[in-house]
Design a protein around this ligand. Sequence first.
Ligand SMILES: Nc1nc2c(ncn2[C@@H]2O[C@H](COP(=O)(O)OP(=O)(O)OP(=O)(O)O)[C@@H](O)[C@H]2O)c(=O)[nH]1
Ligand SMILES: [Mg+2]
Length: 209
Amino acid sequence: MAEFSLDRSDIAGVVLAGGRSQRMGRDKSGVMLGAESLLHHVLDRLSPQVFSVAVNADARAENVPVIPDRIPGKAGPMAGIHAAMTYASGLPKVSHVVTVSVDCPFFPADLVARLAAAVERPSQIAIASSEGRSHPVFGLWPVTLAADLEAWIATDEKRRVRDFLLRHDVTEVAFPLHPTRASLLDPFFNINTPDDLVEAERWLEALRA
Ligand SMILES: Nc1nc2c(ncn2[C@@H]2O[C@H](COP(=O)(O)OP(=O)(O)OP(=O)(O)O)[C@@H](O)[C@H]2O)c(=O)[nH]1
Ligand SMILES: [Mg+2]
């Protein structure tokens, strides 16, 4: 069997922050968790794992390139993933892009390494899961899928990430729960509401040594 392998220099990272944050009531990127914004937490965790980072959002960010959706009308997370693929395809040597969500500050420090290790073919997508649930916005995507994704967004009514994945070769990578001083943390715990933010503050405290 032919060997296929990816390393850090092949992979760009994009933080998805192009949603409406309706349940939070204000842009989640700027929401503070402990002393830092959610965007800052996520960039800190992603940057060491990839060749370069950018943020998919409508406006401004802290010292990182911002890539707006190329498909208008807030078409959902797949529009952000499309913007990510298109951006990454313009970077030298980069063949893949990893996407993470701005509202998920505790994602694994070995996310990219483990997704990359699972990919067996150049066209394969790798998606993260935990506790038997997949987290399809946490994915490693070949940038060559950009045209197919653009065509799919134009014709698919619901534009669910899961429906896009059904059309492709996908491998899922299970990540363990993370031990903390309190109990086990799902590393893909995500913050949608003000109540979730209160819970995230408790996890941040529990993670402190
Ligand atoms: N580019 C882009 N990203 C989106 C869009 N909708 C959601 N996202 C991103 O997809 C991820 C998951 O979305 P949600 O958790 O629903 O976040 P959200 O849509 O901002 O929040 P709600 O308005 O409360 O649903 C987040 O990182 C969002 O920023 C969109 O229309 N365009
Ligand atoms: Mg949403």
